[in-house]
Design a protein around this ligand. Structure first.
Ligand SMILES: *Cc1c(COP(=O)(O)O)cnc(C)c1O
Length: 389
């Protein structure tokens, strides 16, 4: 069977797929149908934080699949409660709602904001170059023309401000503003890192004006930036936090966390998800938390950060094509002076998987379990390619 032809015939063409057909993964590596091995510097688009096919995760997944997969949310099972407790113990006092994808977690957070505003305040400020997902609410908070234009009119009540610019944010606030939503580090927007002072000012202003501070940690959460949640790097406590990508290590699960004082805004019947927080999904996510502790994942992220910072800075010095490098933890960008998509194709030919975003930004988000040796291998390939690009 020709798999690519079958895709073309039967799968909606909403993605431009490239490369071979992958059949197997292990840690930071993937294998294709011909048995060729690839180094994955972007496993699962930031999802597969423990790499591919982590043995302990696979074991727990299989065991839970044989025990109890799904249960409706009007009944109790242990794992949803235990996962919520773990999430709260590692974030801030509050409560958790479970869903299945990043966009869904965002939808829930936006609905909470609307409910909190009681119809009087309903405007939500999001940031230029933000990415919050493809559903209508999440898309309305994603002020990028390429994603929004074909689907207009979007939800009313959204305004955008410049990311990292506190004065611009304040200028967009009015008596109808109920919430602000932002990524602590913009991922799809090009790995853009604001200052801690910006977050401190945002936090203070939101508290003073009773505006919900919603931090989207769908990409930055679960250890990606060196702390379990990225807001901890910036030493602020958000009112609402969304989680998804790394939360299940590849198994679909998302959540949003709400500070205690807003925990009653969404009461019985106001929000729901059929699949959200299933025994299988929450059991797997509990294991992710345990593995992060047991395998000292955050310590490894610090090692990853040191090596990435060092190698990327040297690329900037050596290659004039490299305009800027930036990042934190295991989330890095090499901004090129020209289009980077072709670079990712060349990398693929060299058996290295990279991502390109915002046309010119090469994005590196390795598994948080990656070793120094494997990282160095990938950086050697990148250096070789940069030399000729
Ligand atoms: C990926 C992403 C989303 C959307 O997640 P989906 O699971 O694709 O809906 C939302 N916010 C951020 C910051 C993301 O990186």
């Amino acid at each position: 069977m020709d798999i690519k032809k079958t895709y073309d015939t039967y799968v909606l063409h909403t993605y431009n797929r490239v490369g071979p057909i992958f059949v197997r993964g292990k840690g930071s590596f993937l294998w294709d149908t011909r048995g060729e091995k690839y180094l994955d510097f972007f496993p699962g688009w930031g999802v597969s934080i423990l790499g591919h096919a982590h043995p302990q995760l696979a074991k727990v997944l299989a065991h839970q699949a044989r025990t109890l997969v799904h249960l409706p949310n009007n009944l109790y099972h242990p794992h949803q409660a235990l996962l919520a407790k773990k999430i709260i113990a590692s974030s801030f006092p509050g409560k958790v709602f479970f869903a299945n994808s990043g966009a869904e977690a965002i939808e829930g957070a936006l609905k909470l904001a609307r409910a909190y505003g009681k119809g009087k305040r309903f405007e939500i400020i999001s940031m230029e170059k933000a990415f919050h997902g493809r559903t209508f609410g999440a898309l309305s908070a994603t002020p990028q023309a390429k994603y929004q234009k074909p689907f207009e009119p979007l939800l009313p009540g959204f305004r955008s401000a410049r990311f990292g610019d506190f004065e611009d944010f304040v200028s967009k606030v009015n008596e109808k503003t109920v919430a602000v939503i932002l990524e602590p580090i913009q991922g799809e927007g090009g790995v853009n890192i604001p200052s801690a002072a910006y977050f401190a000012k945002l936090r203070e202003f939101c508290t003073q004006h009773d505006i919900l501070l919603i931090v989207d940690e769908v990409q930055t959460g679960m250890g990606r930036t060196g702390t379990l949640f990225c807001f901890q790097n910036f030493k602020i406590t958000p009112d609402v936090v969304t989680l998804a990508k790394g939360l299940g290590g590849g198994f679909p699960i998302s959540a949003f966390i709400v500070q205690s004082r807003f925990a009653d805004v969404l009461g019985p019947g106001l929000h729901a998800s059929t699949f959200g927080g299933s025994p299988l999904a929450t059991r797997v996510a509990c294991e992710i938390f345990d593995i992060i502790k047991r395998e000292h994942i955050l310590a490894n992220v610090h090692e990853i950060e040191k090596l990435c910072a060092c190698r990327l800075l040297s690329f900037k010095k050596r290659f004039s094509i490299v305009k800027d490098v930036r990042g934190m933890g295991a989330m890095w960008a090499i901004e090129l002076a020209k289009d980077g998509f072709d670079f990712t194709l060349r990398a693929l030919k060299e058996k290295l998987i990279l991502n390109c975003t915002q046309k010119v930004v090469l994005r590196i988000m390795p598994a948080l379990t990656i070793t120094q040796t494997v990282l160095e291998d990938g950086f050697r390939t990148i250096a070789k390619l940069l030399e000729r690009y």
